[in-house]
Design a protein around this ligand. Structure first.
Ligand SMILES: Cc1ncc(COP(=O)(O)O)c(C=O)c1O
Length: 356
């Protein structure tokens, strides 16, 4: 339960498109920003699903996973000493990539009692004259929190007031449950001119090993990222890009089936965790993680994760790996089969009996 990746296979139609590209000899460097077909497909997807219009020629850079898109963005925009507001807890990479670019990550605490939603008042308090960028990630890793539109609007006002660039990582947008709705940050009024949308194929299409993501936005925001990308990797893998076209253009049935399966597992884990003494779990509305609190056990989350691994053979990630606010929590990915998760919950319940 520790790795943040789907346990499903990439849908056959996507694999076939990549195989076809290989057989047709599409094995050479592509244009730096990516193949025309995929840039157009991404632009269409953003317009239809996210109400965000980008120019396929100048507003999209296809990268080696979201990770490269985030690194390129930081290298393009963050100068020595610039501050970047990073939710805490959040995907560990953000703060380290900010540091790699010479910037200073400034953690903004997420609180369990606020369902781990990024509180706009807290964001405002962390802004200084050096703040250059705000990172928004919804649905979120590691908490599964999905920011409601009202929160995003309040964050947009802050971005406007303090002239911040917003990096909106929307990789989990399609993994969303109950009544939660994904809102693309760039679609909010006035935000297109300051938002870089990061998205990719790793999660919803089970293509994490293909290493394909993108940065999208207005030309003036994306072209500096293209410069970094060009010297970083030249281009993303040619045949993988053809596979990705089929991911966006083909049937979305496999995505629906995967989300359905994740939802069943999510419900199983939540109901089991909620029955365990001393465990508290906010109901996550997105991604494929739960982030329960084990604070009542009085151990560090790292000690707990090691004990669970050694004694119950359950692997999960200590919350502190995602920032100081993660102390006392564990991130459990439900990217394992329903049966395996049932077994894991049985073992966890048994393990916890020792600590009563
Ligand atoms: C919040 C978030 N963004 C991006 C990624 C990585 O995406 P990619 O595989 O496209 O680099 C992850 C992977 O775990 C993630 O959790």
């Amino acid at each position: 339960m520790e790795i943040g990746r789907p346990d499903f296979d990439t849908p056959q139609s996507i694999k076939k498109a990549a195989i076809r590209a290989l057989q047709e000899g599409k094995v050479h460097y592509t244009a730096n920003a990516g193949i025309q077909e995929l840039k157009e497909s991404i632009s269409r997807k953003l317009a239809v699903e996210n109400q965000f219009s980008v120019d396929p020629e100048k507003g999209v850079v296809i990268t080696i996973g979201c990770k490269e898109a985030i690194l390129d963005t930081m290298l393009a925009y963050i100068n020595l000493g610039d501050e970047v507001l990073v939710p805490d807890p959040s995907w560990l990479e953000y703060q380290n990539i900010v540091k790699l670019a010479g910037g200073v990550p400034v953690p903004v605490a997420l609180r369990e009692e606020e369902e781990f939603l990024l509180n706009p008042d807290d964001v405002r308090e962390c802004v200084t004259s050096k703040t250059k960028m705000l990172i928004v990630n919804s649905p979120q890793n590691p908490t599964g929190a999905v920011l409601p539109k009202s929160y995003l609007q309040a964050l947009a006002e802050i971005a406007n007031a303090f002239d911040l660039i917003v990096l909106s990582d929307e990789i989990y947008e399609k993994l969303i449950y109950d009544d939660a709705k994904h809102v693309c940050f760039a679609s909010l009024p006035g935000m297109a001119e300051r938002t870089i949308v990061i998205n990719g194929f790793s999660k919803a299409y089970a293509m994490d090993g293909w290493r394909l993501g993108y940065a999208a936005g207005e030309e003036h925001l994306i072209q500096p990222i293209l410069k970094v990308h060009q010297y970083n990797t030249s281009c993303s893998t040619s045949f993988a890009q053809y596979g990705a076209v089929s991911a966006y253009e083909g049937s979305q049935e496999s995505v629906r089936a995967m989300v359905n399966a994740f939802d069943q597992r999510r419900k199983l884990i939540i109901s089991r965790l909620q029955q365990m003494d001393g465990v508290h779990c906010v109901v996550p509305k997105g991604a494929f993680y739960v982030f329960p609190s084990f604070k009542s056990l009085g151990m560090s989350s790292k000690e707990l994760a090691i004990a669970l691994l050694e004694q119950a053979h359950i692997a999960c990630v200590p919350g502190e790996a995602f920032g100081n606010q993660g102390q006392g929590y564990l991130r459990m990915a439900y990217s394992a089969s329903y049966d395996q998760l049932e077994q894991a919950m049985d073992r966890l319940a048994h393990f916890l009996q020792k600590y009563r």
